[in-house]
Design a protein around this ligand. Structure first.
Ligand SMILES: [Zn+2]
Length: 918
């Protein structure tokens, strides 16, 4: 007789190999057909709301690994909440306005913006943005991210723009919007003002120049033949020089060098002296800065005064203590110039080219003019030194080109008027990680007013009219009217109609006696667009609320979306738009380097999905400590695939061993389960508790590790191994067998649920193979609450202690294997000598002890001569002398006792006789 036929070997159609790249797309189609997202919403209706508000990616280009990290993390949270008592809708969003789209149209499609009708160009921008959105949407769906993909929010839709206009109007109503002429970050490459959020610092090589300004009026303090020495790295701003700033409290010295008398701060005298190679310098006079107030120097190459002013911004960190001041090209310069009544001069146009206000340099690009201007200084004898330095310099974060400071008329949001309220709100938000709070707090504390106007085309117009005398008009009535027009026609109407047609009917103003009006042509900073989403989405969508529960974005959004959303929300509601902020790091390569095409170390999500599967990419996201910078490489993904394979095999093993199990008829009551089974069931409860806690703290790496450990340690090396000698061998319907299957069944259901937020494709697949009645999809179930397994209290101590003793036995077996005493552990016969009463009692009370230790025989005795010493017991390991049973492979003394089946042990012989005799 072939005894193999009599074994109940695991049997399942659940494939060993995931074959994810081929099977996942089919499953996603199925989700769409079955409308899983809608069903989840339907099922959870009426529960407490949990809103994770999506930060809109920019609709341009295909997805990179950072996008994938971001959206997958969000998906973990939303899926988890939907399975733990919440109604958690997820509405993806897109940011669709902005310069990169204008640039794409001009570069890729060769449109000439300046020669086109504005409204027409904007229509093309919209079309392009929506195409990009479509591509990105498909890519996001491929990641398995579940959401309302057919009804996303888009910043260019009429209703969104109308809501944004309302935010602007509300801020204006509170007096937070003003027009000012002052220096702002200006990007010649973008031909637009930039907000601080759009600046990034990069190294730049600049000239380092020391320039002499002759004294023109020294008052009672100076003789008139001295020179103020300034230091600058932007000689191109010298045409705009209107003064020199000194610190009122610093000491200044007049130094005789040859025939010249130079003025510098005393604290910097030695440095400057070395720098300029002064020979035999001699201090001839010392005075306090304040004494020089309103003295006059001569501009080095224009026939113009340069006023000596006093400012607290002057430091002795570098330079000479005499600071070149061009109120049109610097913030400090601007404010001190304002104090002294100087009109800022900014002789550079939007492309960074000198205007006729800078005689001698008209038409020159500012950076090129550096050279010409230093030559001019040399020519007039004002240049004391020219050198070059590399320093950190503000760049346009989109074009990566250097920016300048340029005084222009711009619209500002007056952060200072509600800064204190923002800072208070920051304290009320929960920050993951903790340092996020300090980061945003300091950023807001140090922040200047927000320049919200841009001199571009593709964006939401600033809804301001001008009267005949230039007075700006923003009233409730005009805002309300424009908002209504945008809601109906979209913002393009602003460019299609004349100002008078955009105003409410019969609108008049005392400033426009002839009834003529004009309109603003600047558009709003795109950060104002996305920063208004709390109004346009959280407030207006059914199933949403403000504040949202979570905003989750990359750590660059402290200066971006976290910041702009907070500013506009506090301005109009007094409250933060979010309760929790979660930020994630950047994705680096396996060695911690930035990914770049030239390095060939870029991991592209689309490729990973096609090679390994979305669930592997998702499992990778779950495995990293995402709040810091994370690493990804082919090797790392290979390791993740290996972990996936183990988890998948665990599922497969349990599914196979549930073959023929019907939970309705075969499941055993909990209080009748064997002790070891109740013990395992309780381990599962512990896992559920820990995993839930970590999901709730948004810590997914521990979730992944705990589940992975449970599969590989608790299950694989103990419970699954142990089960083989029972599930394969015992009678199909035996209580012992059914007891284990009952626990397998619960473990399988629960693990599938716990993993569903992370690897939804695989979880769905497993779910299909689980026997018995169940929900149509695991996504439509709730993760169970951990419970106290019946009768666990009484066995807890015993079985935990047993697991400790088992660790001793495993060690002994391992050593015996190394010494070639045994091969497989099932060949072993072990003799255990407990070291204390408790251990003895416990071991003696366990029926079939050898099964739990996966050996052929385990005797507990008081003494054994050759036993080796371990922590709780001494153990002697020998090869079991008896033959191996042909059916169960356990070595036994009972083999041959049954003459009908001489190759079997008595246990097997009995089973075979009863169930398989012909
Ligand atoms: Zn047997």
């Amino acid at each position: 007789m072939d005894y193999k036929e009599t074994l109940l070997m695991p049997k399942t159609k659940f494939p060993m190999r995931g074959n994810l790249p081929n099977k996942e797309p089919i499953r996603r189609e199925q989700w769409e057909e079955e409308q899983i997202y809608e069903k989840v919403q339907e099922r959870t209706k009426g529960r407490p709301l949990f809103v994770l508000h999506d930060g809109p990616p920019f609709a341009n280009g295909s997805l990179h690994i950072g996008h994938a990290l971001n959206k997958i993390l969000k998906d973990f949270i939303v899926r988890y909440r939907s399975m733990t008592g919440y109604h958690a809708p997820y509405v993806p969003g897109w940011d669709t306005h902005g310069l990169p789209i204008e640039v794409a149209l001009m570069k890729k499609k060769k449109y000439k913006r300046k020669e086109m009708d504005v409204a027409e160009f904007r229509r093309l921008c919209a079309e392009y943005a929506l195409q990009q959105l479509d591509n990105q949407r498909n890519e996001f769906k491929q990641l398995g991210v579940r959401g309302d993909w057919e009804n996303p929010y888009i910043t260019l839709t009429n209703d969104y723009e109308a809501a944004q206009i309302k935010v602007f109007g509300e801020m204006a109503k509170r007096g937070y919007i003003y027009k000012g002429f002052k220096p702002v970050y200006w990007s010649p490459s973008s031909e637009s003002a930039l907000a601080e959020a759009e600046i990034e610092y990069q190294d730049k090589k600049s000239p380092s120049t020391y320039v002499a300004f002759e004294v023109k009026d020294g008052g009672n303090l100076l003789e008139g033949d001295e020179k103020f020495i300034i230091w600058t790295t932007t000689p191109w701003t010298l045409p705009a020089n209107l003064g020199i700033s000194l610190h009122p409290d610093l000491e200044y010295v007049v130094v005789q060098v040859g025939h010249d008398k130079m003025i510098v701060a005393e604290a910097l005298y030695e440095d400057v002296s070395k720098e300029l190679d002064w020979e035999n310098p001699k201090i001839v006079k010392t005075f306090k800065g304040e004494k020089a107030d309103r003295l006059v120097a001569k501009h080095p190459f224009y026939d113009r005064d340069s006023l000596i002013m006093l400012g607290e911004h002057v430091t002795t960190d570098a330079g000479t203590g005499c600071v070149h001041t061009a109120p049109g090209h610097g913030e400090d310069d601007f404010y001190i110039g304002e104090k002294y009544g100087l009109e800022p001069l900014s002789p550079v146009n939007e492309r960074g080219v000198f205007t006729e206000e800078a005689p001698g340099f008209e038409g020159m690009f500012y950076d090129k003019a550096n050279k010409v201007i230093t030559e001019k200084l040399e020519e007039v004898g004002a240049l004391l030194k020219l050198d070059f330095i590399t320093h950190s310099y503000p760049h346009d974060w989109r074009t990566k080109k250097p920016t300048i400071f340029r005084a222009t008329s711009q619209w500002f949001a007056s952060i200072k008027d509600f800064r204190q309220d923002i800072l208070e709100e920051i304290k009320k938000v929960n920050w993951y990680p903790n340092w996020g709070e300090t980061r945003l707090y300091n950023m807001v504390r140090d922040r200047e007013d927000w320049c919200i106007s841009r001199q571009r085309t593709w964006g939401v117009p600033i809804p301001v009219f001008y009267a005949e005398n230039g007075t700006p008009i923003i009233t409730n009535e005009t805002i309300e009217h424009v908002s209504k027009l945008f809601a109906e026609h979209g913002s393009n109407i602003w460019f299609e109609k004349e100002a008078e047609e955009l105003l409410p009917e019969g609108f008049t103003s005392e400033h426009s006696p002839n009834g003529k009006f004009t309109k603003e042509t600047d558009i709003m900073d795109v950060w104002f667009d996305s920063g208004s989403s709390h109004e346009a989405v959280l407030l207006q969508r059914e199933d949403h609320h403000r504040p949202a529960d979570v905003y989750l974005e990359g750590s660059d959004q402290y200066r971006g979306w976290f910041n702009s959303s907070l500013s506009t929300a506090v301005a109009i509601t007094g409250e933060a738009p979010y309760k929790n902020i979660i930020s994630h790091g950047f994705v680096l390569d396996g060695k911690g380097r930035k990914m770049s095409k030239s390095m060939g170390n870029v991991i592209v999500p689309d490729k990973v999905i096609k090679q390994l599967g979305a669930d592997i990419l998702r499992l990778w996201v779950a495995s990293v400590d995402y709040q810091a910078d994370v690493r990804s490489s082919q090797d790392i993904l290979k390791q993740v695939s290996e972990a996936y394979r183990k988890i998948r095999n665990t599922f497969r093993f349990m599914l196979g061993n549930l073959n023929g199990f019907d939970p309705k008829t075969d499941a055993q009551p909990e209080n009748e389960l064997e002790e070891a089974d109740r013990f395992m069931l309780q381990q599962l409860q512990k896992l559920v508790a820990e995993v839930r806690v970590n999901y709730e703290k948004y810590e997914f790496a521990p979730v992944f590790n705990q589940i992975h450990n449970f599969c590989t340690v608790d299950l694989s090396s103990f419970y699954l191994d142990l089960a083989k000698d029972i599930l394969y061998i015992e009678e199909e319907d035996s209580k012992r067998r059914r007891s284990i299957q009952t626990v397998y069944y619960e473990i399988l259901m629960t693990l599938t649920q716990l993993l569903s937020p992370i690897i939804p494709h695989t979880a769905d697949e497993v779910w299909e193979y689980i026997p018995g009645d169940k929900a149509e999809n695991v996504q439509l179930t709730d993760i169970p609450q951990p419970r106290e397994v019946e009768g666990y209290k009484e066995i807890e101590e015993k079985w935990e202690h047993f697991m400790d003793v088992r660790a001793d036995v495993l060690k002994a077996l391992e050593e015996a294997r190394n010494d070639k005493v045994i091969g497989k552990s099932l060949e072993a016969k072990i003799t255990i000598v407990p070291k204390d009463e408790k251990t003895k009692e416990i071991l003696e009370s366990i029926e079939h002890l050898h099964q739990y230790l996966i050996v052929s025989r385990a005797d507990v005795v008081d003494q054994a001569g050759d036993a080796k010493d371990y922590r709780y017991v001494s153990i002697a390991v020998e090869k079991h002398p008896g033959d191996k049973c042909d059916r169960c492979w356990v070595s036994s003394d009972t083999i041959g006792e049954d003459p009908d089946h001489p190759e079997l042990c008595t246990r097997c012989a009995t089973i075979v006789k009863e169930h398989y005799s012909a």
